[in-house]
Write a protein that binds this ligand. Structure first.
Ligand code: AMP
Length: 405
């Protein structure tokens, strides 16, 4: 359970380790979007700067390990971290050496050449198959680059990989400021939220969000289900959904969640009207349904205007809000209205003093579409998968490994 993350796991903090003149090996999540060699969003890099600053001020040499994409255990040029090194140098204001491999003589040479107070970024860990296999010999090779390990890759904590799990057996370690911040927000929301506590879960697939729904139903006052997955819930209530997304094998689970919500006195809200099209294409003619049902021949692509008002009202009335997943096919501008309204109302709620937490890559893209700055949300998680697993109550392997020391 989430509470256990705080009470059972004993996690050292980087600021308490008082690192000076050391070789520090730090795992970061620099899996940033890159197009034609240009970084499209550097949030994940910027979020590590506070820990980097602390370590550099302590005159430590910082060796960074990271992954990019899914190169499947071999070098793939488009997944090189090289463009990240240049961006990091600019943002950190310190010398950044780039090592063309993460282990072996080439890496050792670059690390040895770096001075205290400088940074080394190692090439993509996933160019080696041993990384994702949590291989201990590989972790040992990585561990040679440092005397102390800092875990700052929140987005990779739910993976038991060599650089997140096995590594912890080889070096003393601690969590960085970013991981601390992520855990504080999520833990507070799950353990002692200021109420009313509202969760908005959207996105395409019920199957992906089942565990999180089961967990939230035990904690929230109100649960809003939107997006493609809402249609399976509507179908579970015998509401006609036309040609909208349906996961027929999840209808029973949906019924079960509705029942549980009822038993737990949780208010469960589904879209009360919809924006619908006859064919999913950007220039499709969009109609609005009169009620909850979607007529045959039509497909629900976004919540309707009445639902927008209803959801916005609930957001304004809540004191803690957790949001994961868009409530419509927001990538198409004509179907983005509902998700944009949710994003704007979240920003409004933040200004009014509520704690707003946003998890997941797609949900962050909605913020961009809505032109809402991440500063206007209390906390935007840098790790979609990790934040969901945390909310599900699962222990994150990257934390378990560190706490066992
Ligand atoms: P997820 O990764 O599960 O959060 O799903 C995000 C995806 O859900 C986005 O790409 C949306 O386009 C999609 N989505 C949201 N609403 C709908 C809908 N009504 N029908 C189909 N897909 C949807």
């Amino acid at each position: 359970m989430t509470t256990e993350n705080k009470t059972v796991l004993k996690l050292a903090k980087v600021q308490d380790a008082r690192l000076k003149d050391k070789n520090v090996l730090m795992r970061v999540d620099y899996n940033v979007p890159i197009k034609d060699g240009v970084i499209k969003d550097d949030t994940r890099i910027r979020e590590t700067l506070k820990t980097l600053k602390l370590l550099l001020e302590g005159n430590n040499r910082v060796v960074l390990m990271a992954h990019m994409g899914r190169p499947k255990g071999q070098p793939v040029e488009k997944y090189s971290l090289k463009p990240v090194a240049a961006k990091l140098e600019e943002l950190a204001g310190a010398k950044v050496h780039f090592a063309p491999d993460c282990v072996g003589p080439e890496a050792d040479k670059v690390v040895a050449a770096a001075k205290k107070g400088e940074i080394v970024l190692l090439e993509n860990l996933r160019f080696h198959a041993q990384e994702e296999k949590n291989d201990d010999a590989f972790a040992k090779q990585l561990a040679k680059h440092g005397e102390f390990f800092v875990q700052e890759a929140f987005g990779a904590l739910h993976r038991a990989h060599a650089s997140t799990a096995a590594i912890a057996a080889h070096l003393p370690g601690a969590i960085g400021f970013l991981v601390q911040k992520e855990l504080e927000y999520l833990d507070k929301a799950m353990v002692s939220p200021v109420r009313p506590f509202l969760a908005i879960i959207g996105g395409a697939k019920v199957a992906d969000k089942l565990s999180v729904l089961y967990s939230l139903i035990e904690k929230v006052d109100t649960l809003i289900i939107g997006g493609g997955m809402a249609y399976t819930f509507l179908a579970a209530q015998n509401t006609n959904i036309g040609g909208s997304l349906l996961e027929a094998d999840k209808v029973e689970e949906a019924k079960n969640i509705i029942l549980k919500a009822h038993r737990n006195n949780v208010e469960l809200l589904l879209p009360a009207d919809h924006r619908v099209v006859q064919e999913i294409k950007p220039d499709a003619k969009v109609d609005v349904t009169q009620a909850m049902a979607v007529p045959d021949g039509w497909i629900g692509v976004d919540i309707g205007p009445r639902t927008e008002l209803l959801f916005a009202d609930k957001i304004k009335g809540a004191k803690t809000i957790f949001w994961n997943g868009p409530v419509g096919i927001f990538e198409t501008p004509a179907f983005a209205s509902g998700s944009v309204t949710v994003a704007n109302t979240m920003a409004q709620a933040t200004r009014a003093g509520s704690t707003t937490i946003l998890g997941g890559g797609d949900t962050l893209s909605v913020l961009k579409t809505a032109k809402v700055k991440s500063e206007n949300i209390s906390h935007c998680s840098t790790g979609g998968g990790a934040s969901l697993e945390f909310v599900e109550g699962k222990q994150l392997p990257g934390l378990v490994a560190l706490s066992q020391k």
